[in-house]
Design a protein around this ligand. Structure first.
Ligand code: GLU
Ligand code: ZN
Length: 308
């Protein structure tokens, strides 16, 4: 089967070193298999994502030498312009009786929450699952605007991750009924990513390990919507010197700072070294890494990002 992979960055800020590390591995995964690379902008959140940030992101990928075959800044590849697709999928799930309104406030959800998953998921205890029509009407009457959740089955979903191996998850216990649409009307990442990967024919998803535990949920949603779930392959994360996962707050490691401090091949050389693809951080163009790329070389443990 022809490989179709993707970059799915969020233009909610400048890319940082961790985003770039995952992007390089996603690119190598596709290029080493002669596949097609798709660029999709995950600009769902209108408060944080801007056109300029999208343009900056495209420019940063190009600077790195990571190219793509389809996608980009045109609306059909941007989540902000694909709301109609999410609405259609949402309606299909609703017809299946799988969607219900949740009136809990954030404070209520957190107070009632069970253990958190590594990706920040709070297990929803099902508070609003069985509200009666009268109870809902009363809440609506009081001006409450609900978020919308999908009813997950008591079912163990198995995903074979290409790097971390088997992930088995009892959806009800691990995440509970998760949000498809926020109370402000914005569709949730979990729905959008599945609709996009499904409709764009993506069959390889390479991304940071922080989303590993979202994969069973997404695989299940793929099947509910009539798609075949993609193969997942998660990457180790880059950590700061004090052991935290790199985030957009690490301004010294964002692309603005990195582009001032390095030439593209220098940066790629360091990333390739961390990824186990090269014995030293010697400069390399991404193209030079394709031939010897193998997931077997990539470490499973997270990597402390100490730039030379
Ligand atoms: N948009 C997400 C991010 O920037 C990636 C989502 C995904 O790869 O599924 O971290
Ligand atoms: Zn609720």
């Amino acid at each position: 089967m022809a490989v179709r992979g993707r970059f799915a960055p969020s233009p909610s800020g400048r890319m940082h070193l961790g985003n770039v590390f995952a992007a390089l591995l996603a690119w190598l995964d596709v290029r080493s298999q002669g596949g097609t690379m798709v660029l999709r902008l995950e600009d769902l959140d209108p408060q944080r994502c801007t056109r300029e940030r999208g343009e900056q992101l495209v420019d940063d990928l190009a600077w790195l030498g990571l190219d793509w075959d389809e996608g980009g800044l045109e609306p059909r590849w941007c989540q902000s312009a694909r709301t109609g697709r999410y609405a259609a999928a949402f309606a299909r799930l609703e017809e299946m009786g799988l969607v219900y309104p949740c009136y809990c406030t954030r404070a209520q959800r957190l107070a009632a929450s069970a253990p958190h998953l590594a990706d920040g998921t709070v297990v929803y205890p099902g508070t609003c699952r069985h509200l009666t029509a009268e109870e809902r009407a009363a809440l609506e009457g009081a001006g409450r605007r609900p978020a919308w959740r999908v009813r997950v089955p008591r079912e163990t979903v198995t995903v074979e991750d290409g790097h971390y191996g088997r992930v088995e998850q009892d959806l009800a216990a691990a995440c509970g009924d998760f949000i498809l649409r926020r109370s402000d009307g914005v569709y949730a990442y979990q729905l959008a990513v599945v609709v996009d990967d499904g409709e764009m024919g993506i069959n390889r998803v390479v991304r940071g390990r922080d989303l590993l535990e979202s994969s069973p949920r997404q695989a299940w949603l793929h099947r509910m919507l009539g798609f075949t779930p993609p193969a997942f392959c998660h990457t180790p994360l880059l950590l700061s010197g004090d052991g935290r996962r790199l985030s957009k707050r690490d301004g010294d490691l964002d692309m603005a700072a990195l582009r001032r401090a390095f030439r593209p091949e220098e940066l790629t050389g360091v990333l390739a070294w961390w990824a186990g693809l090269r014995p030293s951080p010697k400069s390399a163009h991404p193209r030079e890494l394709i031939q010897d790329f193998s997931w077997a070389k990539v470490p499973k443990n997270d990597i402390t990002a100490q730039l030379p």
